[in-house]
Design a protein around this ligand. Sequence first.
Ligand code: HEM
Length: 156
Amino acid sequence: MQTGLIHLHNFLRWVILILLVISILKAYSGWQGRKVFAPGDKKIWLFTMISAHTTLLLGLYQVVLGRYGIFSTTLPEGTSVMKDKFFRFFWVEHPAGMILAIVLITLGYGMSKKSVSDEVKYKKAFYYFLIALIVILATIPWPFREIVGRPIFPGM
Ligand code: HEM
């Protein structure tokens, strides 16, 4: 089950990235094209938020009870979390960055329900989603990253 949950966490990264890019493009074209806010855009933003929240739950499980979880691992002797690059990444940097990104995605989706002009909805959502994308790209354990690098697709 543990392996399956990591694979799902890994796979959902691609779902989030694809949906987030579509959300950004839709917000940008709505903003620049001065479009009337479309229910279809709200739906895509909602799916982006749901996939992010699902990944958050899986991530919380990993960081607490996963194979390198806080309650299932002991740190190597003589080191501390902030001194160990591996654990600093998976216990601090990765969760903090991703939680920030998920908050931004939630705020972006929230713009669809705000009683502001459609231009403001699209513009603010665009910036929330764009910053979220940058943070996610910066805190994913890409395979080329030293020590913390992980497979690009589940199980590879
Ligand atoms: C947008 C949100 C997130 C994305 C895109 C993401 C992406 C990833 C990816 C691609 C991996 C590597 C999986 C593998 O080894 O195959 C990973 C591992 C991990 N993630 Fe996330 N993550 C997200 C959110 C979170 C959050 C919020 C937490 C914790 C609160 C978290 C905790 C972890 C942990 C502990 C691992 C290491 C699991 C292990 O190898 O045992 N992640 N994440």
